[in-house]
Ligand binder design. Sequence first.
Ligand SMILES: [Zn+2]
Ligand SMILES: [Zn+2]
Length: 66
Amino acid sequence: MSVSGSCEICVTGEVRHTCRRCGKLVCSKHFDEETGLCVECLSEVDGSRDRTTGEDPPDGVDTYRF
Ligand SMILES: [Zn+2]
Ligand SMILES: [Zn+2]
């Protein structure tokens, strides 16, 4: 087993990044540069994101968009 080389998620991709949350070595395909997280952590963080706001959105902002 080599210490470095292949992505820990797909095992075939070349390691390009280290997840700053779990420390996983992942290829660019399984890494989100915006957050610095691997896709596994990204999905976890993403799933809990709208629970951490702590404030109720005002009425009528359902159509909010960029
Ligand atoms: Zn990969
Ligand atoms: Zn991770």
